[in-house]
Structure formats: structure tokens, C-alpha cells
Design a protein around this ligand. Sequence first.
Ligand code: NAD
Length: 427
Amino acid sequence: MKIAVVGSGYVGLCSAAGFASLGHDVVCVDMDKDKVDKINRGEPPMYEEGLSELLSETLKNKKICASAGMESIKSADFIFITVGTPSKPDGNLDLGYVQKASEDVGNFLKIRGYCTIVVKSTVLPGTAENSIIPTVERISGKKAGKDFGVCSNPEFFREGKALEDFFKPDRIIIGQYDDKSGDMLAKLYSSFQCPLKRTDLKTAELIKYASNAFLAMKISFINEIGNICKNLGIDVYEVAEGMGLDRRIGGRFLQAGIGFGGSCFGKDVSALLHKSQELNSRSQILEAVLSVNSKQPTRIVLLLKEKMDIRNKAIALLGLSFKEDTDDVRDAPSIAIISELLKHGCTINCYDPRAAENMRKIFPSLNYGSSALEALNSADACLILTGWKEFNNLSDKDFSVMKGKVIIEGRKILDRNKVSNYEGICW
Ligand code: NAD
């Protein structure tokens, strides 16, 4: 099949490389010329495990290429829309990129036969039907369901494990406007060994939001339990393990810590909350999920302040990305923590194996080290903010280069057998 992917960020490029490796001919379209050039040179613009190798292989086999121009979508059987859907300042969804992509796609539909538009960007229920389809129809002069098909195919992958999840997803959701496009998309996914659920467009759109809201709720829930645990001298991880043995609960997404971040959970829960308010049905659960999460990162600073006067001290921060295995710092808890420490005049010596470059765009004047040891050197205290596996190898010897003795982890990653004196935010 010929596939065009409009928007070559985390979702677009990983999906594109995945489909290309399965033998499809894929064009990645992006309005960012720099990104396009990098992709064509075999340099993924973001870090994702295995992506560099897969991109090189598919470029070599001439199964993938990138373009800054939309004309490359002319011959595609499927046009995936994978552009960003950020939050507006009020928390509502900003559909600007989706609108522009729909207009561009509409323009090219004028001069071609039936193809299927697949909306993979996360959009609120009703967006495909009330916004994308009318735009494409208006610009192209063609009719959805007759001249072109429309599907919603939300993406559920985990950043850091995006390719693993592309090839082995838990499920595939196909929301369809017309049977023909739904059948075609189901055929594209026919080699995938997982349940495939077909729905109408708006149901598929809501499945994505409900899933992310539920996962975010699990994290806020366990963080609240963790905050109780901390006051009672109980390790929340033991509690979570005990809870997770119940199959009705399950152990995943019960890792307490400094809260969720990333480009999805916060913005998706906010957008759903907005939608519920628009419908006059206030969602108290969604409000609580966001409220708990907004306070969680800086709890680690409060804990640090209980141990020492942090004014003008040197603090080592290990980990900046919102989670391990990614360079993504969008909405990372580390941002709130850094801002709080800076308010107290702290000097910040930080280290992240992948995310320093992205964090430098937000905080250019921190001291960015090239190793954990460099960040720890002469620090008065250390906060661990991302669960990168390499931090699991740190030992007392590594921490001995610090001036102070305070070590607090915001993600459970240190090994009690190697480090004798530290504590966790909720354990
Ligand atoms: P991203 O910001 O990494 O990538 C979006 C890309 O789209 C950018 O490269 C941008 O230049 C490009 N773009 C924007 N408008 C364009 C246009 N009109 N034409 C061509 N290119 C255009 O975003 P992302 O993280 O890949 O997320 C994309 C969508 O997928 C969002 O709706 C997001 O909520 C959803 N999603 C993301 C993840 C994730 O883990 N990142 C997971 C599931 C779903």
C-alpha cells in the first residue's frame, strides 16, 4: 500500500517507519524542513529506541522518504494525519494544526480518486465529523464516504517503547465513517496479532481520551496513596504490589512518584474536562486527577526543604525527561521542580542521558553535565527525577563525590544494596 503520513513527529515517524518496515511505501510529510532533511539523512529528529536502525533500513530499501511538500500525498491509498494537537492556554484543544492539515489534504483530493484519510492525532469526539470532514469536503469539492473515506485510528503507544508497541499493540481501534475505508484500514492491519475493534468515528475518538484519562487517574490515585504512605512510614511500592496482585486492579501504572508528564496525559485530561464542562457535566474525577498531579512534582522540593535550607545551594538533578527512554521534556515534572529550585537561588547541576538538549531550550543556563558523576560532584543534595536504568547502577561511591548527604528519588530506581542512605518522595 502507499501511505502518506502528515506530521512526522513521535507518532508520525514511528508509525511511518513501522509501516515501511512491513513493506509499504511511505512518505513522511512535515512542514518543518529541518525535520524532513534529518529524516532523509537517516537521523531521527527525536530519540526513540530502535528508530534510528529502522529508519536506516527502510531508507536503504527505498520504502520511506520525507517531504516538506504535500504533492507527495497525491498517489497515497491512506493519508494519516499525525500532526500535534496541543493545549490552548485555557486547557482546551488547539485544532490549528489539524485544521491546516485538513485544508492541505483537501487541496490534493481535488485531483485524485478515492483514498482514505486516517486521523491518528488525538482529537475530541466529534472532531472528524464536525471539523475535518466539512473542511476536506469544502476545499476538495468531494464527498466523504463516496469520493474519499475517513477513519479515526487513535494511537496508544508508549513513548520510549513506541516501536515495540507499534508492532505488538494491545489493540487496534478503527472508527469509520464509511464501511469501505474501515475495511481497507482493517486490511492494512490484518497481519497484527491483537484484538481489532471497529466503531463509529466519535466512539473511537473517545476511546483514546477515556484510556488516557484512566491511566492518568491511576497515577494520581497511587500518588495520593503514596502521600499518605509517606506520612505513615509505609513504602507505597509494597502497597502497590499488594494491590496489583488482584487481577481486577493489576499492577501497571501504579508507580508513585513526582507525577505524570509528557505531551499527552495532561493535555488530554484537560481537553476532556473542557468538553465535559461544555456539555454541562462537570467531571470531578478529571479535576482531581489534574489537581493531584499539579502539586506532586514540587512535593519533592518540600521534602528537601524539610532536610536542609536550600537557599543558594547546589542541587544535582538526575533525569530531566518526563520518563525514561525518551528525550521528550514536554510537560515534564522536572520543569516545575527546576522553576521552584531557581526561585530559591539554587545552582542546578543536571544530567540526562538523552533530554539535555531539549531542556536547554527551556532553561539555557543550568549546568548540563555529561554524566551523573559530573552533576553529583560537590552538590549539596541530589534529586532523581527520571527512572533511567543507568541510575540503578549508582552506588555509595558515586554519591560520595557530593558535598552533602541528602538524596531523594522521585522515581523508584536506586538499589538499596548499592546506596545506603536515601529516601523516596512517597516511600
Ligand atoms: P509532534 O509535535 O512530535 O509532531 C507533530 C508534527 O506535525 C511536527 O513535526 C510538526 O512539524 C508537524 N506538523 C504540524 N502541522 C503540520 C502540517 N499542517 N503539515 C505537515 N506537518 C505538520 O507530536 P506527536 O507527539 O507525534 O503527537 C501527534 C499527535 O498524536 C497528537 O495529537 C498527540 O496527542 C497524539 N499522540 C501522541 C503520542 C505520544 O506519545 N507522543 C501518543 C499517542 C497519541
